[in-house]
Write a protein that binds this ligand. Structure first.
Ligand code: DP6
Length: 325
């Protein structure tokens, strides 16, 4: 019997990953850049044993259905190939997210699973190897191997596509992110399906790709300069562009709900009142607000006038994947 356990934190992209050029290997169309956060994380234990007749996957104490287990099994097949074993496995995962968050994150989940498997089978993967492995489970998971600011370099094949930490001289320690948990329902269009549909059908997709290098360069410069305004403006613009591509897809779709729009307006109003803060959104209606720590209480208070207190959760920069002994 071989066991390993790991914890990984979720990350939020400031420059989004949106679109794959290789679906099987999960190679992205563009580089992305994220901030790892400390508020939401996953702990995963994996046990490989010859007493198991098939793979089993438990999440928050409940055995998962065939579809969810299949995704994990496909990932475990890669791990088994690397570890030269045919043993079945039991995967026991716990998501530490506020209840009803609608944030159950594949990024933290797959990054923790990659770490746990590396430990269990003594695969000897370094961070780059772990990032490449996590990427095969879910693209954004490759960034959750690291803490702080992280860039996923798109690369051109399995070997060259992985994330690495960006040095920032501690800039991330000045920052916070306020999560507005606006909906806990299953998404209509998963990020996987949404990005595929957009790449295949959206006439705005090329525009997204064409402006990415400029956004990425500007965001990295903002990190180097510790320029919060430029960081926030670039992040917000990039998110709006990503969401714009979905409107021109066929059939068109959007992740925004009426509450998302109210939240965006609240952020703009706060800015007008002189509170620097900026929003971003992923493949769902929740809005995440980037703010300097010194203004986090002001932002939370303003948001809790619009939404209930338990919908407003703040996070700070988090650390990379860790093994739990
Ligand atoms: C909008 O990593 O969940 O959050 O690779 O298909 O598993 P798969 O997709 P996933 O996509 C995340 C998309 C995003 C932007 C981002 O995190 O960069």
């Amino acid at each position: 019997m071989f066991k390993g356990k790991a914890r990984a934190y979720t990350n939020i992209a400031l420059i989004k990953y949106w679109g794959k050029k290789d679906e099987a290997l999960i190679l992205p169309m563009n580089n992305s850049l994220s901030l790892t956060l400390d508020a939401f994380y996953t702990e995963t234990e994996v046990i490989f044993s010859d007493t198991f007749t098939k793979d089993e996957f438990y999440l928050d104490g409940e055995q998962q259905n065939d579809k969810a287990t299949k995704k994990i099994s496909t990932f475990l097949d890669l791990v088994r190939e690397k570890g030269q074993t045919t043993l079945n496995a039991k995967v026991i995962s716990q998501n530490f997210v506020p209840t009803a968050a609608g944030l159950a994150s594949s990024a933290s989940g797959l990054a923790a699973l990659a770490g746990a498997c590396n430990e269990a089978l003594q695969l000897g993967l370094d961070d780059t190897g772990l990032s490449r492995l996590a990427r095969r489970g879910s693209g954004s998971a490759c960034r959750s191997i690291y803490g702080g600011f992280v860039e996923w370099e798109k690369g051109f094949d399995d070997l060259t596509s992985y994330a690495k930490q960006i040095s920032s001289d501690g800039f991330e320690d000045d920052l916070a992110m306020v999560f507005l948990l606006l909906n806990d329902q299953q998404k209509d269009v998963s990020s996987r399906d949404g990005m595929r549909r957009t790449v295949e059908t959206s006439s705005f997709y090329q525009g997204w790709l064409d402006s990415l290098d400029a956004d990425l360069a500007q965001l990295k410069q903002a990190i180097t300069d510790k320029n919060f305004q430029s960081l926030g403006e670039t992040m917000e613009r990039n998110a709006l562009k990503m969401h714009g591509t979905t409107l021109a897809a066929n059939p068109p779709f959007t992740y925004w709900s009426p509450d998302s729009l109210r939240a965006m307006q609240a952020v703009r109003d706060l800015r007008k009142q002189g509170v620097p803060c900026y929003f971003t959104m992923d493949a769902g209606p929740n809005v995440k607000i980037l703010v300097e720590k010194k203004h986090v209480t002001t932002v939370k208070t303003a948001c809790s006038h619009l939404f209930s207190k338990k919908q407003v959760v703040s996070a700070q920069a988090g650390s990379g994947m860790t093994i739990i002994k």
